[in-house]
Design a protein around this ligand. Structure first.
Ligand code: HEM
Length: 426
């Protein structure tokens, strides 16, 4: 049994019942800029060999400070760390009304992701307390126990496909527990997340994506209706907390609650899955680092920061609110811009030897894996704790393992993440 809590200590997470098998105001995208500007075809949505998305960004960065990609409807890509950091912190120019660079006019308004300041903070205040360090502390014992159960379950196999057998199940279970949702919904949640991210940004597969999104929305609609009928303790149940929360002196609408819940599914599971994949790939391929973490577990928090820096997986977008020349780039109102986090985290303006994982970096590690500014990750404390807990727990049970060399490893683009990671141990 996995006794979880969110944020206090009485929510029950029954592992036995968890099935394991299973703003801008601008309407249209602007045309390609007519000026003589650098243009490239930069498509981040490709499945490509492990590490190639970071390499491509690095190569572009050596040549350019910014460029226009002709991919999809076209958008700018900033490459200078100083410009990217500034853009994240200038919401009056860079609106989050769309935060997918290739999608200028989304049909949804997720909360808080697509809401700009000053409105944004009203919603963040409601959400922040739920994901604050204290709430994460309370959740940690049950997260560790869930992690241990999963690892114990796969240990006798002598091998596993890490992404599907661990990296997607563990964060999904913690996610459900953090919101006070039943563990028996694990299989559904994992399948929805997988379907959404496998089909993200593939126009010909959009129907699969929208079907899964519809089911996620339906799942939360039902949960909201149930809580309206029979409210649960708002200190333990996230939806009941939202049903009692106010903005501008009025209760949140059901639509607002749905838009918050859906974005949490989109942001709160696959991100940690992706990060786990790169982290365990590194440790499987670099036994010295693995042995060091096992011998010196006090290094784990710093190591987690270094993994987050070295393995940036998010490529956020913004929509330009007015004509502006930004660090020399001639942007027009309505243009989309990508702010690639790898261009900051893996730049030698941020750290020395940016391509290397140095578990105990002596210098300040000013990475922005969780973004910067108003929209900085809501789940920052939870994600860090999940990663640290996985490092501790996994290595207590399976200290020695390696990558099964029989398979060529590839990563998905968009939200970066290994497609498969076969690990073996004896
Ligand atoms: C290692 C795992 C994670 C990474 C690397 C990550 C990264 C990020 C980044 C870069 C952003 C900013 C996006 C932007 O500026 O457009 C963000 C926002 C967000 N993240 Fe995370 N995240 C992780 C885990 C989580 C978890 C576990 C949750 C929730 C349970 C979460 C919830 C959110 C939400 C709701 C936002 C939107 C915040 C806002 O718009 O105010 N994330 N995340």
């Amino acid at each position: 049994m996995f006794a979880g809590n969110a944020p206090a200590s009485t929510v029950r997470f029954e592992l036995d019942s968890a099935p394991l098998d299973s703003a801008g105001g601008v309407e249209v995208a602007n045309p390609e800029p007519s000026q003589d500007v650098a243009k490239r075809h930069f498509d981040v949505n490709q499945i490509a060999p492990l590490g190639s998305h970071w390499r491509e960004i690095y190569e572009l960065q050596r040549e350019l400070k910014w460029f226009w990609t002709t991919y999809a409807k076209g958008h700018w890509v900033l490459l200078e760390p100083v410009a990217i950091r500034e853009a994240f912190q200038s919401p009056e120019i860079f609106s989050s009304v769309s935060e997918v660079a290739a999608e200028p006019d989304p049909s949804y308004t997720w909360i808080p992701t697509n809401v700009d300041p000053p409105e944004h903070v009203k919603y963040r205040q409601i959400l922040n307390s739920w994901f604050a360090p204290k709430a994460v502390d309370a959740l940690t014992p049950s997260a560790a126990s869930w992690c241990e159960t999963l690892v114990e379950r796969i240990r006798p196999q002598g091998r596993c496909e890490f992404m599907s057998e661990f990296a997607s199940l563990y964060p999904a279970g913690v996610f459900l527990a953090s919101l006070g949702l039943p563990a028996s919904d694990l299989g559904k949640m994992v399948n929805w997340v997988r379907t959404i991210f496998d089909n993200l940004r593939h126009p010909d597969l959009a129907h699969k994506l929208s079907a899964a999104m519809g089911e996620v929305r339906g799942y939360f609609s039902t949960a909201i209706a149930e809580r309206e009928e029979a409210p649960l303790d708002p200190a333990l149940d996230f939806i009941s907390h939202l049903l009692r929360s106010e903005v501008d002196g009025r209760l949140l609408s059901v639509d607002e609650i749905l838009n918050m819940c859906v974005v949490l599914v989109m942001a709160g599971v696959e991100t940690t899955t992706g990060q786990l994949g790169y982290m365990f790939h590194h440790l499987a391929a670099n036994p010295d680092d693995r042995h060091r973490l096992i011998a010196q577990p006090e290094l784990i928090p710093r190591a987690v920061e270094e993994f987050l820096r070295a393995h940036p997986i998010v490529l956020p977008g913004r929509k330009v609110t007015r004509d502006v020349e930004f660090h020399g780039c001639p942007m027009r109102k309505g243009d989309m811009v990508m702010l690639p986090i790898p261009a900051v985290n893996r730049s030698n303006e941020t750290v020395s030897q940016p391509d290397e994982v140095v578990l105990d970096r002596p210098e300040l590690n000013r990475h922005i894996a969780f973004g910067l500014g108003a929209h900085r990750c809501l789940g920052i404390h939870l994600a860090r704790r999940e990663l640290a807990t996985a490092l501790r727990t996994w290595h207590e049970v399976i200290p020695d393992y390696s990558v099964d060399e029989a398979e060529t490893l590839v990563e998905r683009g968009g939200l970066l993440g290994l497609v498969r990671l076969p690990l073996v141990w004896s």
